[in-house]
Design a protein around this ligand. Structure first.
Ligand SMILES: Nc1ncnc2c1ncn2[C@@H]1O[C@H](COP(=O)(O)OP(=O)(O)O)[C@@H](O)[C@H]1O
Ligand SMILES: Nc1ccn([C@H]2C[C@H](O)[C@@H](COP(=O)(O)OP(=O)(O)O)O2)c(=O)n1
Length: 643
């Protein structure tokens, strides 16, 4: 499985220009396609879900041109799709499936509408029931109430009252409302049950109004689409920034100091998710808002947990569930039953992953209650994302407490393809000084001194390979048995505590330093599966205020974003002499020649292996300590780190 390791974060600050809103983008595309005249769409979101909509519209014969600067020009078909039949595949894009199904059901063609397997588990029965009241001919090709669907030409009888349930997904009502103007006849839609996610209906009505159709609303129960309604292109239309995507950055500001500013949504936004800022303010965050921007800062006293009915911000509410990890006391999010029918069962997914981080979580049919742990624990198996972009993005906030592995991170492409790159631009990660070099060059000594001078943590990465060699030996696993040794490495039960290193409870600080274990470490370190098994474990050592790591691949593989990288070396003769003195000093008998021979062999093995070979990388400073004292070498590294 693909994964992304996020470094632990120290702070957040900066400005992000948001990608276009997914909800507005797909509504604008459909209405541009159905309208009379050509529409120039600016700031359209470029993502999987809008791609799916664009491809479907092209397939239906709508002329679409992509121009410079992300501008998309849509030639409206005046209510009639030119292509009257086809298999329309809509991936996992709920906004596309619901709204296109409604428009196609009234279009008089023969269409199959399908998506990915998860889409076939997401309900659509309430919309189909509403469309059948208008005379639409729709059949379920799989399970009753779910896509895929077969739509056939039918005698559409508009007018009167159509009833639709509003308590499962507001997208059913959106689909019906956007399709009804195709009939030109006054029709009333009555909502049965409490309408959820009302702000999304506001987006629907506001977008329809931009295209010349003004729905008359009576509370949230009755909606009248007037007679003679017809979509007309507004000429040029700008898509607002995505308010749900804004939530991650605002939360970053609230947790990580801030201020973090998002541009593209603000006080004037038509998206309900801007109300996420109010929820953050209730947790204590300092919020400021302009017409087209919102800014969040952390409160002096830290965030506090809240209880909130999240019906009005179902998507952004997921961000509150992970922000809760950094708040004092529990956070209770209620009225979120719709989470269960989204890209995944979001209540179950959030509960499971939050628990992996050590939080105490209670979940019900329509609520989640999160009580944070004192310190986050980071699961070595990573946070699973369930092919759900919002799970991936909201869990990135947990990186404020620890290094974090996010599995299958590319699912963010559904709405925010470069999310993690943008995250990096407004956050500061815990700094690392990476010191690599050959055996006995003095890396360990220098790294430990630098860490002590700065008050930072220290990682002796070689010790992990030594521990793996020792643990493999004790488990009877041969050092060249790659999968066997990798399994041992993945399960290493080790506690580092100052000078002390305990393996399965037993002190092994001395046992891993023997020449036999040096040789074993060098052998197991050449096995790719072993290196992979130890990668995240090493990254977990990165904790505030900073880390000094020594080894062979600190700067090249484990911490490629290290601020300071040093390649520390000395001539092989000098290194042999140092090792000799070290051994004699410990009362171990030694002679120079075999040490020299062993060093040469290990240099060869460490630098010739296929994965993470020992060599100076282009961005590392070279420090030859042959003629330096320890203090001089330490001073040099500190000077580089300070520059
Ligand atoms: N200029 C120097 N820089 C670093 N270590 C030195 C220096 N001169 C002598 N030494 C000694 O070299 C020995 C080997 O250093 P060590 O840190 O164990 O190396 P490594 O971690 O690279 O294998 C230590 O006993 C250390 O005190
Ligand atoms: N980051 C690292 C650290 C060590 N290794 C390998 C290389 C060495 O042969 C062993 C032991 O490393 P260690 O740094 O403890 O050994 P020396 O003190 O340099 O002799 O592990 C590695 O491949 N990558």
């Amino acid at each position: 499985m693909e994964f992304l390791d996020l470094p632990p974060l120290l702070s957040a600050r900066g400005t992000v220009r948001l990608p276009g809103s997914k909800s507005i983008s797909n509504r604008v595309l459909l209405l541009s396609a159905l309208a009379d005249g050509e529409t120039e769409v600016r700031d359209l979101l470029a993502s999987d879900d809008t791609h799916v909509m664009l491809e479907a519209l092209k397939q239906l014969g709508v002329g679409i041109r992509h121009e410079a600067g992300g501008v998309v020009r849509v030639a409206g078909v005046g209510g009639l799709f030119p292509v009257k039949s086809g298999d329309i595949f809509l991936g996992n894009a709920g906004t596309a499936v619901r709204s296109l199904t409604a428009a196609l059901a009234l279009a008089g063609g023969q269409y199959k509408v399908s998506g990915v397997p998860r889409m076939h588990e997401r309900p659509i029965g309430d919309l189909v029931d509403g469309l059948r009241q208008l005379g639409a001919d729709i059949a379920y090709l799989g399970n009753e109430g779910f896509p895929p669907l077969q739509l056939k030409p039918a005698q559409i009888k508009p007018g009167g009252v159509v009833k639709v349930r509003g308590d499962v997904s507001s997208q059913f009502l959106t689909g019906l409302l956007m399709a009804l103007p195709l009939t030109g006849v006054e029709t009333t839609v009555e909502v049965v049950g409490e309408l959820i996610s009302k702000p999304y209906i506001e987006i629907t009505l506001a977008t329809m109004a931009r295209f010349g159709v003004n729905v008359v609303r009576d509370g949230w129960q009755r909606f009248v689409v007037p007679a003679g309604s017809r979509y007309r292109s507004p000429g040029t239309i700008y898509v607002e920034g995505d308010a749900s995507s804004a939530s991650y950055f605002l939360a970053l500001g609230a947790i990580g100091g801030g201020p973090v500013r998002v541009e593209g949504v603000g006080r004037d936004s038509i998206q309900g998710d801007v109300r996420f800022a109010d929820a953050l303010a209730r947790m204590g965050a300092v919020i400021e808002m302009g017409d087209n921007w919102i800014e969040a800062k952390a409160p002096a006293g830290g965030l506090t947990g809240i209880t909130l009915d999240c019906n009005h911000i179902p998507d952004a509410a997921m961000t509150l569930a992970t922000t809760a990890l950094f708040a004092a006391g529990p956070t209770m999010l209620t009225n979120i039953a719709s989470w269960r029918v989204k890209e995944t069962d979001r209540i179950a997914a959030m509960a499971k992953e939050l628990r992996k981080l050590g939080a105490e979580v209670e979940e019900g049919a329509d609520y989640i209650r999160v009580t944070p742990a004192k310190a986050l624990s980071s699961p070595p198996e990573g946070i699973d994302t369930y092919d759900d972009h919002r799970v991936a993005m909201c869990f990135s906030l947990a990186a404020f407490g620890t290094a974090l592995r996010i599995n299958d991170p590319k699912c963010v492409a559904k709405t925010f393809p470069d999310y993690f790159e943008r995250l990096a631009t407004v956050t500061e990660a815990v700094p690392v000084i990476a010191i690599d070099g050959p055996s006995a060059s003095g890396k360990g000594t220098v790294a430990a001194c630098v860490a002590a001078a700065l008050g930072w943590h220290y990682l002796d990465s070689g010790a992990l390979y030594r521990l793996t060699a020792l643990a493999a030996r004790r488990a009877g696993v041969a050092w060249d048995d790659e999968s066997g040794v990798a399994a041992v490495a993945a399960r290493l039960d080790v506690v580092f505590d100052g000078e002390s290193i305990r393996l399965a409870g037993e002190e092994v600080g001395e046992a891993i330093r023997t020449e036999e274990m040096s040789s074993g470490a060098s052998k197991v370190a050449a096995l790719p599966a072993v290196r992979a098994a130890l990668l995240f474990r090493q990254r977990l050592f990165r904790r505030a205020p900073g880390l000094v790591g020594d080894g062979r691949d600190m700067g090249s593989v484990v911490f490629p974003d290290a601020k300071t990288k040093v390649f520390l070396t000395a001539s092989v003769e000098i290194r042999a002499e140092r090792r000799y003195k070290q051994l004699i000093g410990k009362g171990i008998e030694a002679t120079i020649q075999p040490i020299l021979q062993d060093l040469r062999e290990r240099d060869e093995r460490d630098s010739q292996r296929s994965v993470a070979p020992l060599r100076q990388s282009d961005d590392a400073e070279l420090l030859d300590t042959s003629a330096l004292t320890i203090d001089e070498a330490v001073a040099k590294v500190l000077a580089w780190a300070a520059s």
